[in-house]
Design a binder for this molecule. Structure first.
Ligand code: ACO
Length: 317
């Protein structure tokens, strides 16, 4: 890890604002989810624009320029266009020269999938410096009349700059282990009811929230234990738990199940809601900026989302 950055659109939508659009209340949303507000991309502000802003900050933090990058991977469910990839658009907007660039689609687990994928590209020796971006304009696929989903999500982006190193000795910075899973049999629990080859339109998020909730703590905990077992590190020895920000009750359920301390957790859900693939780098960056996360800390990331997909990654940052 050489640097990180994040970007949130200016416009804020509070729970009270939402209660004027659908039959809900600040109290219901806060008690069930922990969310108080979310950021919403402005008109004409695209996923690639959010990603570019986050990437610029990550490059600055890394002391690098766009030309230093030879791999761009963008985790997103809300691409600017059906094609080309948002990674290609970000590449052009940033002014990175010809390099490898592609998107990853694993919904809310996208950033964990992207980290794990990029690590393999860097370890192979074919690439030296990667931009890993999670960027979403999830507000664009919400049904703003469905109170069960529209209160949960927000827009934003986060980015990491990762650089290959010769060899990773025990205790050195870098990715230690990762765990990725998908079970497409559970597609009905969380999906978008449209797509290029089915309806010809992008569709809206549909979710059986209580069923997703029931799956979450078990699967997320399984992934976290798997990466820690592979690394031969007790889960409780991590410095920071940076979860996907779907629901504060899910996060607290995992903390309790794995005997983590509340002060090991970085939660941004109150101010940002669920920003899907962007939520992990956004939360990580919040921890960096307020001085909690320091170079060399052991950080455990996890996520679960549509697919269902789920996974975890353990990194010394
Ligand atoms: N305001 C008020 N009432 C509401 C709202 C709302 N915004 N939304 C639903 N309700 C009502 C329902 O209609 C239902 O009413 P009824 O009992 O009269 O039928 C009642 O509240 C309970 O509904 P549930 O869905 O059972 O509520 P639950 O306690 O499960 O909370 C929630 C809902 C917050 C969505 C929760 O299930 C959850 O967080 N699930 C997980 C979501 C998640 O993690 N998604 C994964 C990642 S997202 C991704 O991958 C894209």
């Amino acid at each position: 890890m050489r640097g990180s950055g994040a970007y949130l659109p200016e416009k804020i939508l509070s729970n009270d604002d939402l209660s004027k659009r659908v039959d809900t209340s600040d109290e219901w949303i806060r008690e069930r989810t922990g969310i108080r507000q979310r950021h919403i991309a402005g008109e004409g502000e695209l996923t690639s624009d959010l990603g570019v802003e986050a990437a610029k900050k990550a490059l600055d933090a890394a002391g690098m320029i766009p030309a230093d990058i030879d791999l761009i991977v963008v985790a997103t469910t809300t691409p600017d266009l059906t094609f080309p990839s948002t990674a290609a658009i970000i590449q052009a907007k940033l002014g990175v020269g010809p390099c490898t660039a592609f998107d990853i689609q694993a919904v809310c687990t996208g950033f964990v999938y992207a980290l794990s994928t990029v690590e393999k590209f860097l370890v192979s020796g074919q690439h030296k410096r990667a931009l890993v971006i999670g960027a979403e304009t999830f507000s664009r696929i919400l049904d703003w009349e469905d109170r069960a989903t529209c209160v949960l999500f927000g827009d934003g982006a986060g980015a990491f700059v990762l650089e290959a190193q010769e060899a990773q000795e025990a205790g050195e910075r870098g990715m230690i282990s990762s765990f990725l899973r998908c079970d497409g049999n559970m597609v009905d629990l969380l999906y978008v009811d449209g797509g290029v080859s089915s309806t010809g339109s992008s569709g809206h998020v549909r979710m059986q929230g209580n069923k997703v909730f029931r799956e979450a703590v078990t699967r997320i905990s399984q992934a976290m234990v798997a990466v820690c077992e592979e690394a031969k590190i007790p889960v409780t020895d991590i410095d920071w738990f940076v979860p996907h920000q779907a629901n504060e009750r899910i996060i607290q359920g995992v903390v309790k199940k794995l005997d983590l301390r509340p002060d090991q957790v970085i939660s941004t859900i109150a101010g940002q809601g669920n920003t899907s693939a962007a939520s992990i780098p956004l939360a990580f960056q919040a921890g960096v900026e307020d001085g909690r996360v320091k170079q060399g800390d052991l950080v455990l990331f996890e996520a679960m989302g549509g697919g269902l997909t789920w996974g975890a990654a353990l990194m010394r940052v």
